[in-house]
Design a protein around this ligand. Sequence first.
Ligand code: HEC
Length: 217
Amino acid sequence: MGNLRKLSGFGIMALVALAGCRQDMHDQPRFKPLAKSDFYADLRSAREPVEGTVARGQLHEDAYFYTGKVGNNPGDAMPFPVTEEVLARGQERYNIFCAPCHSRVGDGKGTVPVRGFPRQPPSYHIERLRQAPLGYFFDVMTNGFGIMSDYASQIPARDRWCIVAYIKALQLSQDATIADVPEGQTVPSAALRFELPGSGATLPVPVPAPAAAEESK
Ligand code: HEC
């Protein structure tokens, strides 16, 4: 009996002692982001991921598709074939994301700069941008340019390429002459046809209707 009492007395002591080192989840040993740590030689608690780690959704194997660059320079090809569906998608995305500033015809006189955005974008139809390779436009959308912010998070890579194709189509349409119109067709009801780099087929250029172009001014 006496032994038992001694035992239970010990049990209570043990419980009290253990409660003293109670550890809740809100109080767990961890580093705050970017905190210093004396444990590692470089004093950084944040460690590099193990070599070869790929975060979910970030396996960007096709570098050109995600950067538009070959080495350090913008490339001049589409990473996938351009179809009418691609151009239509590009036109739709362009009109949503770019036309407010660049206007539906790409002359840079969109509503936003006309109403006081600090800088008016250059027209896509100036010689320098007409000569710019396709990857350049992809890069501007991906990383921004000057005071224009980037669109990498709003517009998925494939849609950015669709917009690139459409900008090229806009450039060709705005620079077209009557000689580019196929025999027996009238402008603008009949589409101009052109070939984009990387696409085997010739495609109709979706010429923005003058009314639509006016509307965005
Ligand atoms: C909020 C207004 C705004 C929107 C929206 C916008 N841009 Fe721009 N963009 C600008 C301005 C302003 C510049 C000029 C920036 C500068 O020179 O600092 C510019 C410049 C550019 C240039 C020219 C870069 C050069 O070399 O001169 C390209 C190409 C371009 N934008 C593409 C796009 C595309 C494609 C979209 C749609 C995904 C888009 N922009 C949406 C404002 C905008």
